[in-house]
Design a protein around this ligand. Structure first.
Ligand code: OGA
Ligand code: MN
Length: 295
């Protein structure tokens, strides 16, 4: 396996390894896992991808999420990001499927609004538009390391509230349905996720974050907005331009990503698998300390 860094500080293309190798071979998994911990965004090109191959690869990294209510693919291990309607035609721009694609164009990390946040997401391109439709990534580790020590300490001991209704509400009121809102009450996470393998901290934020515990609403929102702007400043990102056979996986603990727009009449279909974070991934340190734990 050859590791080709994509930009200074994060991101790498892995050559000479297939998804099936990782699924079936412990050494291949270990090499890819080490690269994942180090580079945060991994690109595999020229892959043979089926749902089964993608899921077998994904399972190596931990338990696959079951897709939430209200999403295409609900109840399965696949998130279907598609602008193709049931009749096979591209949906209009105001259709729920198109609005959801828009919500993915806000900087975020996946599943920070869930009771169990995600370790990694694995995304494969199945139908690629001719123009646009890239996926863009930033490193929240580099963002953390750029902060002064006082701010780093403050964030390590701060907690932000995340909610699916909040991020969807930025696109259209009511885009998160009552059913989704009932299934996904707000959750609160430490604002720094420390990688247990290498000890590096990353700012843990997303479009889902809307308040900071113990700060007044406006001040908390301002802090979130300023951290997001600094983390996503021009020149900091890796822009992935999709080709057939591409698979990209990212560390949801240490990156943010967003989809980029494409012409509304062009079809786009992507399939995502998402792996829940476990104790070994540092999740136990992320929740608000409970009153019992403090005693
Ligand atoms: C995702 C996501 C953006 C895109 O799959 O989690 O945010 O470019 N995708 O499709
Ligand atoms: Mn996403």
């Amino acid at each position: 396996m050859e590791i080709v860094p994509l930009r200074p500080g994060f991101g790498a293309e892995l050559r000479g390894v297939t998804l099936s190798d990782v699924a079936s071979d412990d050494d291949a998994y270990k090499a890819v896992r080490a690269a994942f911990e180090e580079y945060s965004v991994l690109v595999f090109r020229g892959q043979e991808v089926t749902d089964d191959i993608q899921l077998a690869f994904s399972r190596r990294f931990g338990p696959p999420e079951v897709t939430k209510v209200g999403s295409m693919g609900t109840g399965s291990h696949f998130v279907i990001l598609s602008t193709i309607g049931p009749d096979g035609k591209v949906v209009p721009a105001d259709h729920r499927q198109a609005m959801r694609a828009k919500a993915n164009q806000l900087w975020h990390t996946d599943s920070s609004f869930k009771r169990v946040p995600a370790l990694t997401s694995i995304l494969s391109a199945r139908t690629i538009p001719e123009h646009g439709g890239e996926t863009e990534f930033v490193s929240m580790r580099l963002a953390f390391e750029k902060l002064d020590e006082g701010m780093q300490k403050k964030l390590e001991n701060s907690f932000a509230w995340h909610s699916y209704a909040h991020s969807r509400g930025q696109i259209a009121p009511g885009l998160a349905t009552p059913e989704e809102q009932a299934a996904l009450p707000p959750v609160c996470w430490r604002m720094v996720w420390k990688n247990p393998v290498n000890g590096r901290g990353a700012v843990y934020l997303a479009s889902h974050a809307y308040a900071v515990e113990g700060m007044d609403a406006a001040a908390g929102k301002k802090l979130i907005d300023e951290l997001t702007a600094a983390a996503t400043a021009p020149g900091t990102s890796y822009l992935h331009q999709w080709k057939q056979g591409d698979v990209v996986m990212w560390d949801n603990r240490a990156t943010m990503h967003r989809g980029r727009p494409w012409p509304a009449h062009e079809a786009r279909l992507m399939i995502r698998t998402t792996i829940s974070a476990t104790e070994a991934d540092g999740v136990a340190n992320m929740g608000l300390p409970s009153p019992q734990a403090a005693e």
